[in-house]
Design a protein around this ligand. Structure first.
Ligand code: DX5
Ligand code: ZN
Length: 217
């Protein structure tokens, strides 16, 4: 069954705790947390202290997506704040392998992410050693952008690579996911979907996620 990870970037930031509880009550698998630094992406969101304050509001895994330059500076802080998955961008650091090792040494699950223009080959050296590959289907920075369908072949390529090598990392897709694009991604081989506007904008978040789980592979 595919995993669904609502991105709290689309939540009401004035009452984030309640929003995280709503995500859990709606049956989400993970809470997707977007961390932006105004350098790697042209937007600034939240840091470890917000995650720490949200932690008591949910038992769900926090899927923390670091869109920050040189994430090695902050991995420890996000781990202590209560992140479960820590994902770093291959474009953001020269020491991706060391970052993965650091995340594992802190007892957390490691992810790597690739921007739409970044070929899968940039992530291949790490795929043996991660729990999550996060494939961006928008240029990161903002919620509510349109899905870039030209990335779909990369999802298929990642799924082929994973199956051929007998690996079991999750393939999560992030950016412009809704009922239509989500279905396309699952067909292409995605095992997890992150979504902000489509889930927070849905009339019934729970029903929406349940319908996504029925997408055929
Ligand atoms: C984009 C973030 C996404 C974003 C997705 O930079 O990484 O996780 O919240 O938002 P939607 O689903 O609205 O495209
Ligand atoms: Zn994200």
């Amino acid at each position: 069954m595919i995993k669904v990870a609502p991105s709290i970037l689309s939540a009401d930031f004035s009452r984030l705790g309640e929003e995280v509880r709503r995500v859990e009550a709606s049956g989400a698998d993970w809470v997707h947390v977007d961390v932006m630094d105004g350098m790697f992406v042209p937007n600034i969101t939240i840091g470890p202290s917000v995650i720490k304050n949200l932690r008591p509001h949910s038992k769900l895994p926090f899927d923390v997506h670091l869109m920050i330059v040189k994430p090695e500076r902050y991995i420890k802080d996000f781990a202590s704040a209560g992140a479960d998955y820590i994902t770093v961008h291959v474009e953001a650091s020269e020491v991706v392998s060391q970052n993965i090792d650091k995340i594992h040494a802190l007892g957390k699950k490691a992810g790597v992410s690739v921007n739409p223009a970044t070929p899968l080959e940039m992530a291949e050296p790490y795929l043996q050693n991660i729990e999550l590959l996060l494939i961006m289907t928008v240029n990161p920075g903002f919620g509510g952008q349109s899905f870039m369908s030209e990335v779909v072949p990369k999802i298929e390529q990642a799924r082929r690579y994973r199956d051929e090598h007998g690996l079991d990392f999750d393939i999560e897709i992030d950016g412009g996911i809704n009922a239509a694009t989500g279905r396309t991604c699952v067909k292409a081989g995605a095992t997890a979907l992150a979504a902000g506007s489509a889930l927070f904008g849905a009339k019934d978040m729970k029903a929406e996620m349940e319908s996504w789980r029925r997408f055929p592979a």
